[in-house]
Ligand binder design. Sequence first.
Ligand code: PBG
Length: 326
Amino acid sequence: MLSRGRRLRHNQLIRDLNRETRISAKSLIFPLFVEHGTGMSNPLETMPGQSRYTVDKLGPVVNSLLEAGVNKFILFGVPEHKDLEGSDAWSDQGIIQQAMRRIRQEFGHEVYLIGDVCMCEYTSHGHCGILDGEYIDNDKTLEYLGRIAVAQAEAGADMVGPSGMMDGQVAAIRRALDERDFLEVGIMSYAVKYASGFYGPFREAVDSAPSFGDRRSYQMDMHNKREALREAKQDEAEGADILIVKPALSYLDIISAVKANTLLPVCAYNVSGEYSMIEAAAAKGYIEKERVIDEVAVSCFRAGAQMLISYHAAEIATAIRAGRIG
Ligand code: PBG
């Protein structure tokens, strides 16, 4: 036998040497849910282990992530009032804007802050844009997305993440930011976002389920891969700095394909349903939680992601530090 694969798996040292996928806590982004009020951290029923925090409670959470080695955050807001124009998303006193300012004040540039730019948490109907009857008016929505991005930039965002799957959203946001001289604020575009059942726990958590219909007129059809490449290409042409593929696990092939077809960094979003399935199965004793979290994280990077948004970011960072992965 000339070739014996087991030689490269003989002991931990050679296995470490032979690793093809290297992961660092520096590649991780943790999602933070913020809500109005004071003194509250409300555990999310659909996402065991995660909570919604009021602005004054963010400090300790950010601190605990920093201690684990995670210093990048993507912020999601839960407004007090929802309306047709999603005004909390772009108001100066909007929840994300308040949270950005507070975190920046407390942690300066020790942390990297990304704002989710979408309207579904903020609109009374729960759709990701401005309505025209029962249809989402794409071009009218673009104006608002620009406004949201500028409000977040004014509050100190390093980067904005448009997640509404409106056509032309990256170009509209780039133009709005540049007009206000926010040349350094980047765009991490949810370029390839599928209409997915895996967002269920998130929608419960932030109360953003659409009040009628679904998101299939703007989010992608799970059967399509070539379309994902077109979406990626389009966002690249519009000036995106990073492309997100979402969800992650049922779409690892998409991550690989996008990676092979762009020179931009690719980010995977390991979404709420993927998180909660692990938590639920682990709570039942069906799986070993740590091992499965490790495997999921590694698979996203192995598929081609260069960075990962994960609710398990702290656990992944801990696994890296412990030498189990990375
Ligand atoms: C907002 C948005 C969603 C998620 C991220 N940004 C929800 C949706 O599209 O319904 C999902 C995140 C997750 O499930 O973890 N548009």
